[in-house]
Every structure is written in structure tokens, then in C-alpha cells.
Write a protein that binds this ligand. Structure first.
Ligand code: SF4
Length: 683
């Protein structure tokens, strides 16, 4: 029987998938990955890996990996030299900036890129192009969490650490399915629950954790805010408020109490379908069995009221004093390895590195970079698509982000991309965006082929180390950016692209990581803020005071129903999400053995509904919304409630985002992937 050759070299790095940030050792022989091992001292994984981190790395040498630059000529992709591709991209950008101004260009960073690369990406947009039109994939997941946490507490990041899971007496898991999407953390939650912690799960589906929870609240998709408000109502009505904490650190209790009086559990129950008594029980448990730790996912953020939903959760933590202590807090489970890093490095239109608001930090960055920065507001990725459709945006430089497969309402995204005069795609593969709309393809490397750092969900900066030589002519995003900048004649501002040098520039731009240098994180990562060489980093935020230096203010959130509603024509509410074996739009896991375990997307339907429609398990069905349609295989399961559906979105060929809606979070524009009204018919 064939056996893998034994590894000759072991390289410590970080898993390229979810935001848990598991540390692993990559075993290589003859410049190929032949084995992986979980790091026993990995801070978040402690010797564990899930099925993705352990096995799903074959994409690095997939047959269809593109390892040479390409140009589309006469409608066909043709191989080009690096000089030709860079010259084409630079000439196109230069022409568009000169004819239409810098704001006719958009730039997208990526969770796939390191912190250092994302820092360079946003600097490229602002300095080399002269626009604040820069964003990243955080827009479609946890930007609402960052916005809500920054607004209310002063830091747009999770408040506690994964080690707090073992400190909590109650775990509140909201709109997240960590057993499948953050499996190592999911397992820690399950262990903690089995060892006596109380577990409350809020999710429309009966997820694995919901099945073992003390209380499972299953709201109708789109009704988080009424449910969270009713929980707050019970805290006030039954005097479960931590008055000492509120007196010391929170303002607005009086006006909040008046507002929340109307949000009785009975009123919320009528909207969200959760029994009023269950709401009362959950509120009592969260308030009385402290410390209570909230971990939330995209079931909170990917809604019309995504940011406001997170604010309502923060209200609950403030009212009960479940903040600033071990085993408490509001903790977004970030979906991708470095999605938080991408945004925090400045791949957001309104913020510079360190989530420093443009208006506040502009002068400092102008001095540091020696160049005036653009004054325009800048567009996020959804607004870029709108601007492309209207003709205002002419060029898009997209790095490690398959926008066509990823954004909701894909038919409109396709129209936007088709109107662009120049689409530069930098990736490992000819993804859907490149296939349909790309003009230049610049081959990138995987995280196993480069150095740098990633930032996990608990604000930990960890080293990413090169274990393989770059394949073919593929180059790191940092190196490619520097080539492009030189071709644009702006190279003076990008003298360095070696990862450690760029990180040192980040440290000088953002005081909260000034104390994190490569030597200190050689063995173990550090959590920011970490302001100096003797600072041990910060496992727990807001212990003494909130990061904005003020008292927190309770937010009164009115309920705004989504515009997605069921009718006789569209009788089901569909939620989309991920599953254990695959990851996002399948760019990586779709080219690994995970395909055997979960080869295609499925549509989950309750047995009652399947019976009513006369559909059998495994039938090919057509799911159609007001926006588009897709074909999926039916999976009959009582994990979804009657009238509701769930589908995964990993297979670009299924094009599930043809079905999702144009509704966006009213604060940050994150798409509402979690609610769309659909009908189902045999395919
Ligand atoms: Fe990778 Fe997340 Fe799995 Fe850890 S839990 S191995 S970070 S996918």
C-alpha cells in the first residue's frame, strides 16, 4: 500500500480556515505537505484540530491552481509574463484614475492575506491610487459586530478569550453553530456544558449545541431584536439588573427602562414564536448564573438589523454586569482565519490601521506616510457594486475574495462586475469573479507559502510561517503589490515588503500592537492591546473601564422587520450558512478530500413540509426567491422548523447567492443572508 513519505521538516503556523486560529505543525518532504499535527500549546486549540485544519490542505497543489499570470485576450484567458500582466494592470489603473479620478477604483483585501499584506493593500488604495474605496470580506460577516462593539464599548473586537469558556457558569450561544463552523471552540463549549455550565442556545435551527442546551430559543429568522428586547424586559421587570455594575459604569437606565417596558415576552413571542416562559427562563439563567459568556455568530449580524442586534446583546451584558470579568463578555466568533485582521489593518473605507477613524487619524498617517490622504468617504464592497452598476466605479482590484460567488443577490453582482472596465483578480484559482469578469489574473500563494501574521477571534496575533516554496510563478500579495506600485511610479511609499518589516510599520502606525514584535510571538501569539515590550497583552477587555474612556450607554433598539416575508407564492424562509466539512465558497476545501465527505450543497427541510410537497430525501429541487433561483439536493431533517429551510453555500456551481436578497444591515451594509422568502419545487 502507498504510504506518505515521512516529514523531513516541521513548520509551525496557523490554520488557514476559521477564526479560532488553531496552531499546527506542517510536516513537509520534497517541498510537499505530507502531514499535520496540532500544536499541544496552541492557545486556542491546545492539541486539537478539526477535520478542515487537520486534513484540508491539498488545494495547495490542486491541478487547476493557476501559477502564472494571465491576461484575457479576445475573451480568452492567455498566459502572460509578470511584466506583461503588471504593465497591463498598471496602465489600466493609470488611465482610469486620469480619466475618472481615483474614486473610480475599488480595492478589496482579504482574510486569506496576512495582516502585513492587508496593511499594504489599504495603503495601496489610499496612497498609490488615492481613494478610500477599500474594503474586505469582513463586510459580509462581522462588520456589524465590530461596529456595535466599537460604538458601545470603544473597541470593535471580542471582549474576552477562548479560555474564558472554561470560566463561565453560563454560556449563551447566539446565531452560531460552532460545532460545525468553529469546531475546536464548539468542542470546548460542549465540554464545558457537560461539566456543569448552563447552556442557552438562540438559533432558529436545532443545532448540535441546541440539542444539549438547557434552553433552546428558536426565533423566526429575522426576529432577533424582539427576542433580545424581551430578554432585557425580563431583566428589568424581575429586577435581575446588576445595579452595582450599572451604577458604576452604565448610563441611560431610566430611558432604557421606559423603552423596554413595552417589550413584554408575550409581545415578542407573537413576533418571534418563542414561548414567553422560555424567554423568562433564559433571562433568569443569564442574569443569575454568572459569570455568563455570550458567543455569537452570523445569525446575529447578517440581518437588516445586524449591528443593532449586536447592540441589543451588549445591552443584556451591561444590564447583568456580564462584562469586564473572566467568563463573561460579548464574543463574535469570526468566520475566517484573518477576517478581523483584514478589517483592523484598514481594509475598510472609514478607518485606518487599528480601526482608527479616518477623521481622527488622518493627520498622523499623512505624517507617517509622507503623502496627503484622500478625503472622500470611500465605498464599501456593496456600495462599490452599486457604483459599478451606475457607471461611477470603473476598476476593481480584488485580492483573495470571490465577490461574485460570495455576495448576496448574485445576479445584480454579475451585472455590476460586467460593467467594469478593469477587474484585476489576485488569487490561487480562476474563481467565479475571474472566470466571469476578470481582465488580469495575478497568481497568489497560499498561507503555507509565505510569512506573516494572522489575528484570531480573541485578538491574538500569531505567526504564519512559510513551509513550502511558492508554486510556479505565484507570489505573495505583498510582493505583487510592490511590483504594481513600482509600475505605477509610487514605489517610494512601499520600500518594504518583507513581512517583519511591514509588521514593524504596522506597530508604529497602531499603538495597541506596539509591544508585539516577531521575537515575542515566535513561540506564542499575543493579544492586543499590547502597548510596550513589557506589556503581557490583554486577555480581557474593559476590566476597569471601557476602551472609549467613558461610561457605556444602553441602546434602545426599535424593531424593524425585514422586507423579506412569506406569501402563498414564497411560503418558506430560507437561511444560508456553512457546514463542518466545507468552508465558504469552497475555493480551498472544494479541492480537497472534504469533497468526498460533503460533495455538494443541500437544502434542509422539515419532514412535515417535505410530506406536504411530496418530496423525498435526496430529490433535486429548485429553490426560488423574488431575486433568483438555484438547484439543490433536498435533505429532510427536523433540525429545521416547519416553514423554514437551511442551505449551505459552498458549491459555486449551485450558485445559492442567486437566491439571497438585496437587503443589507442598515448600519454597515452587511448582506442579509439569513432571511429570504422562497418556494421549493422539484427540479
Ligand atoms: Fe482550523 Fe477553525 Fe478547525 Fe481550528 S477550528 S482547525 S482554526 S477550521
Amino acid at each position: 500500500a502507498w504510504r506518505e513519505p515521512p516529514a523531513t521538516t516541521w513548520t509551525r503556523t496557523v490554520c488557514p480556515y476559521c477564526g479560532v486560529g488553531c496552531v499546527l505543525d506542517i510536516g513537509t518532504a520534497d517541498d510537499r505537505i505530507v502531514a499535520t499535527r496540532p500544536a499541544l500549546d496552541g492557545p486556542s486549540n491546545k492539541g486539537h484540530l478539526c477535520v478542515k485544519g487537520r486534513y484540508a490542505y491539498d488545494y495547495v497543489d490542486a491541478d487547476d491552481r493557476v501559477c502564472a499570470p494571465m491576461l484575457r485576450r479576445d475573451g480568452q484567458w492567455q498566459r502572460a509574463t509578470w511584466d506583461q500582466a503588471i504593465a497591463f494592470a498598471a496602465e489600466g489603473l493609470r488611465r482610469i484614475v486620469s480619466e475618472h479620478g481615483p474614486d473610480a477604483v475599488g480595492v478589496l483585501g482579504s482574510a486569506r492575506a496576512t495582516n502585513e499584506e492587508n496593511y499594504l493593500i489599504q495603503k495601496f488604495a489610499r496612497v498609490a491610487i488615492g481613494t478610500n474605496n477599500v474594503d474586505c470580506c469582513a463586510r459580509v460577516c462581522h462588520t456589524p459586530s465590530a461596529a456595535a462593539l466599537k460604538h458601545m464599548l470603544g473597541t470593535g473586537a471580542g471582549t474576552n478569550s477562548f479560555d474564558d469558556i472554561e470560566q463561565a457558569r453560563t454560556l449563551l450561544v447566539v446565531g452560531a453553530n460552532p460545532l460545525e463552523n468553529h469546531p475546536v471552540v464548539g468542542a470546548r463549549i460542549r465540554q464545558r456544558a457537560k461539566h456543569g455550565a448552563h447552556l442557552i442556545v438562540i438559533d432558529p435551527r436545532r443545532t448540535g449545541l441546541a440539542g444539549i442546551a438547557d434552553i433552546h430559543l428558536a426565533p423566526q429568522p429575522g426576529t432577533n431584536v424582539p427576542l433580545f428586547n424581551a430578554l432585557a424586559h425580563v431583566l428589568l421587570a424581575e429586577d435581575l439588573v446588576d445595579h452595582a455594575f450599572v451604577d458604576a459604569r452604565v448610563d441611560g437606565l431610566g430611558t432604557f427602562a421606559s423603552f423596554i417596558q413595552a417589550w413584554t415576552p408575550e409581545r415578542a413571542a407573537a413576533l418571534c414564536g418563542v414561548p414567553a416562559d422560555d424567554i423568562r427562563r433564559a433571562a433568569r439563567l443569564y442574569a443569575q448564573e454568572r459569570p455568563a459568556m455570550c458567543l455569537h455568530g452570523l445569525g446575529v449580524t447578517e440581518h437588516l438589523q445586524g449591528t443593532q442586534g449586536v447592540m441589543a446583546l451588549i445591552d443584556l451584558a451591561l444590564l447583568t454586569g456580564n462584562l469586564g470579568l473572566a467568563g463573561t463578555g460579548i464574543n463574535p466568533l469570526r468566520g475566517q482565519n484573518n477576517v478581523q485582521g483584514a478589517a483592523v489593518m484598514g481594509c475598510e473605507p472609514g478607518t485606518l490601521t487599528g480601526s482608527q477613524r479616518l477623521a481622527d487619524a488622518r493627520a498622523r498617517f499623512e505624517t507617517a506616510w509622507g503623502v496627503p490622504l484622500p478625503r472622500s468617504r470611500g465605498l464599501n464592497v456593496l456600495e462599490m457594486m452599486d457604483a459599478a452598476r451606475s457607471g461611477a466605479l470603473k476598476a476593481l482590484y480584488v485580492i483573495g475574495f470571490d465577490v461574485l460567488a460570495s455576495l448576496a443577490n448574485a445576479t445584480e453582482t454579475a451585472k455590476s462586475l460586467e460593467r467594469l472596465e478593469l477587474v484585476i483578480v489576485q488569487d490561487l484559482f480562476l474563481n467565479e469573479t475571474a472566470r466571469r469578469s476578470g481582465h488580469v489574473f495575478l497568481p497568489a500563494v497560499s498561507s503555507f507559502e509565505k510569512d506573516g501574521t494572522f489575528m484570531n477571534s480573541e485578538r491574538r496575533i500569531q505567526r504564519v510561517r512559510q513551509a513550502l516554496t511558492p508554486r510556479g510563478q505565484a507570489r505573495s500579495d505583498a510582493e505583487t503589490l510592490c511590483r504594481l506600485v513600482n509600475a505605477l511610479g509610487r514605489g517610494a511609499w512601499f520600500s518594504r515588503h518583507r513581512a517583519e518589516d511591514v509588521w514593524d510599520e504596522v506597530r508604529s502606525a497602531w499603538p495597541a500592537v506596539a509591544g508585539i514584535d516577531y521575537t515575542r510571538i515566535d513561540q506564542q501569539g499575543l493579544q492586543w492591546p499590547c502597548r510596550g515590550p513589557d506589556d503581557p497583552g490583554t486577555a480581557l477587555l474593559h476590566a476597569e473601564h471601557f476602551a472609549h474612556g467613558k461610561r457605556a450607554v444602553l441602546e434602545r433598539i426599535d424593531y424593524q422587520p425585514t422586507t423579506e416575508y412569506t406569501t402563498a407564492q414564497f411560503p418558506f424562509l430560507l437561511t444560508t450558512g456553512r457546514n463542518l466539512h466545507q468552508f465558504n465558497v469552497g475555493t480551498m476545501t472544494g479541492r480537497t478530500g472534504q469533497q468526498l465527505l460533503r460533495p455538494t450543497d443541500t437544502l434542509d427541510m422539515h419532514p412535515y413540509d417535505a410530506g406536504q410537497l411530496g418530496l423525498d430525501d435526496g430529490t433535486q429541487v429548485r429553490v426560488a426567491s423574488r431575486h433568483g433561483q438555484a438547484a439543490l439536493r433536498l435533505r429532510i431533517t427536523d433540525a429545521v422548523a416547519p416553514g423554514q429551510l437551511f442551505a449551505s453555500f459552498h458549491d459555486p456551481a449551485r450558485a445559492l447567492n442567486q437566491v439571497t436578497s438585496p437587503v443589507r444591515d442598515c448600519v454597515t451594509s452587511a448582506p442579509e443572508y439569513k432571511v429570504v422568502a422562497v418556494c421549493v419545487t422539484p427540479a
